[in-house]
Design a protein around this ligand. Structure first.
Ligand code: GRF
Length: 206
């Protein structure tokens, strides 16, 4: 990755959009030197994330998987929207769908995700609930590139938060979310402004 590239970010969402909002707020403040949010695509209709995109003047689109016969054809349409907006980096922000081979191949090492646990612990759904139920004393969030597995790709950054004895899924989620909102933008800034390489599972900043 060359530090002179400029990046147009496509954001995939499914719901609330608080991570999208944090990224857009940072963008508005001029935090990113080489990154612009180009468009937002939701796989669910009428979600708050699309309102947030509109509030920031970013084009938002809904592409419903049920309108397409196969995952590939759904993802081809998502790709078409991204192509129309010059997207060369993708952020998953509460995107509640597995990314299939079509997008993975097209955007190899160019799709990042945030997960609300310290991977490889507690992948998949409800990372915060899994952490509370397991009784760990430390959890957090992970920003990583995606690969064909569920939350298994090379790790870009992690941040830890304490888990207290009286925590519930909601209280831990709130504590982690504060860190998510910082870590996602910090990670996007690093991968768009610094040089890095991926060696096996290791993301190495040069
Ligand atoms: C976040 O907790 C994120 O880590 C997970 O889904 C949630 C999305 O929240 N992948 P939001 O839509 O960004 O508010």
């Amino acid at each position: 990755m060359s530090a002179t590239d400029s990046f147009r970010l496509g954001v995939l969402v499914s719901g609330r959009g608080s991570n999208l909002e944090a990224i857009l707020n940072k963008s508005r403040e001029g935090y990113f030197a080489r990154l612009q949010v180009a468009c937002v695509v939701s796989n669910r209709p009428s979600v708050r994330a699309l309102d947030i995109a509109a509030e920031h003047g970013v084009p938002g689109f809904t592409v419903l998987p049920r309108d397409y016969p196969r995952l590939d054809s759904y993802e081809s349409e998502v790709e078409r929207v991204f192509n129309d907006h010059g997207v060369n980096l993708i952020a998953l922000a509460g995107y509640m769908k597995i990314v299939g081979p079509h997008l993975l191949k097209r955007y190899m090492e160019r799709i990042v995700n945030i997960h609300p646990a310290l991977l490889p612990s507690f992948p998949g759904l409800h990372g915060q609930r899994q952490a509370v139920e397991y009784g760990v004393k430390l959890s957090g969030c992970t920003v990583h590139f995606i690969d064909a597995g569920v939350d298994t790709g090379p790790i870009i950054a992690q941040r830890a938060v304490p888990v207290f004895d009286y925590d519930t899924e909601d209280s831990l989620s709130d504590r982690i979310l504060v860190q998510e909102h910082q870590l996602y933008s910090e990670s996007l800034k690093r991968i768009t402004e610094e040089k890095w390489e991926i060696h096996g599972r290791i993301v190495r900043f040069l």
